[in-house]
Design a protein around this ligand. Structure first.
Ligand SMILES: [Cu+2]
Length: 146
């Protein structure tokens, strides 16, 4: 019984997180669920937390990342985490070509992370390279400011 309750609780957590974060939300904020999506962490690094969703049960969150924009300062040390939402049907990945970041593919309810040095300023695409997911909408923009 306990094993059945845990995925359900995770699904609620993810759903609540998504519900509280419309796409116009500033990139440096903490959701009601307590996830830090973008900003400086306690050790002075920067966290980029991305949730991939293909939830057929909620079409408005299908085939997208929960946040489409992230902004960090030049030379930030960025810890990037990809979370594949519980209940998803497909594996997902997160790629940032310019910084040689390639997380996943990972299964639903799994997470992966890596860190990189934001060594150049500009706007860079991050995307899922599984199948045609990028075309379906799994893409966002990472901005590194001078
Ligand atoms: Cu994907």
């Amino acid at each position: 019984m306990y094993r059945r309750l845990v995925p359900f609780a995770l699904a609620l957590l993810v759903a609540g997180c998504l519900d509280s974060q419309p796409s116009s939300t500033p990139t440096t904020s903490t959701s009601a669920g307590g996830h830090l999506h973008g900003g400086m962490n306690m050790s002075g690094g920067h966290d980029m937390y991305v949730i991939a969703s293909d939830l057929a049960a909620n079409p408005s969150y299908a085939w997208r990342f929960d946040h489409e924009t992230y902004t960090f300062p030049l030379n930030a040390h960025i810890n990037v985490t990809l979370s594949n939402a519980n209940g998803n049907q497909y594996e997902h990945a997160l790629v940032i070509d310019e910084f040689s970041v390639h997380l996943g593919p990972i299964e639903q309810s799994k997470a992966a992370n890596a860190s990189f040095h934001a060594s150049k300023a500009g706007s860079f695409k991050f995307y899922c390279d599984v199948g045609n997911h990028r075309t379906l909408g799994m893409e966002g923009t990472l901005t590194i400011t001078q």
